[in-house]
Design a protein around this ligand. Sequence first.
Ligand SMILES: C[S@@+](CC[C@H](N)C(=O)[O-])C[C@H]1O[C@@H](n2cnc3c(N)ncnc32)[C@H](O)[C@@H]1O
Length: 314
Amino acid sequence: MEFYHEPVMLDEVITGLNLKKTSIVVDCTLGGGGHSSEIIKKIPQGLLIGIDKDLEAINYSKNRLKNFDNIIYVKDDFKNFDDILNSQKIKKVDAVLIDLGISSHQINEAERGFSFLHDGPLDMRMNQEQKFSAYDIVNFYDRKELIKILTTFGEEKFAPLIVSNILKHRAVKEIKTTKQLNQIIEEILPKKIVYKRGGAAKKTFQALRIAVNGELANLDKSLEQIIQRLNSNGRLVVISFHSLEDRIVKTVFKKSAARCICPPTAPICVCNHKPEIKLITKKPLIPSTEEISKNPRSSSAKLRIIEKLFSPYS
Ligand SMILES: C[S@@+](CC[C@H](N)C(=O)[O-])C[C@H]1O[C@@H](n2cnc3c(N)ncnc32)[C@H](O)[C@@H]1O
């Protein structure tokens, strides 16, 4: 079987999910089934629901996990978590994994257009049925919108400079490929920055990818939905790969674990708020140096775990 993706922090994920033989588990980001292939061994009388919005991931995992019959595959966005469970007539689940971002397969396949290192169409869609791609953003968004995307999702301090060059080039000719865009960015950035970053276009490509796939848009709402659908003592494990994602995860977890949500100026607590979860990891876990040396793509991973405290309907 061709290499698809190396699962990140596998032992930490399996321990964090606290699986029982009969657990009902949702892997929200199935990818190449790296985590799921271990999860499924731990739940012989349970059920695994594997979600991915990329059909290639679903098909690859179906083949990889073909010896297991207690898996349901769903090609969808995990932002539709409630609908996905409802359509399977499942009320509550015992464990959920979210391993954010893209797979090595997606980044390595030139024609998916995710990487500035490979020449391919300016695409970056995880869901290939989606109409809107990176091509549309780069060629049709106005200056203000482009700067906002690069600044917000890429934390790119050279956004105005890069966007000016994009506008200059696209006025002459459509920007259709990753190579064209990479060159446009490389030619405008100071040489020492290009060298220091290990790729001039890194931040721009990250920003475009997040915008194309709406990666941050619904993350907080998705996490809230998932917490509602966890059984008592159910676990949620989230792996994020950049500070923007981790900030959202941390904020939702902190709020759901809070004993009081009164404004800090309130003299006494009047909110009567009950924490829904407890934080299993106060600080995020990070990969070992050994894992990073074997799999450098794991280096920015942060793993957070929560446990559901009380669920009135479970
Ligand atoms: C980092 S990979 C997961 C790798 C997987 N854990 C493994 O070990 O093989 C992330 C996967 O999640 C999918 N994905 C990202 N955001 C998604 C979303 N909102 N809904 C569904 N799938 C998503 C991507 O298409 C990709 O296949």
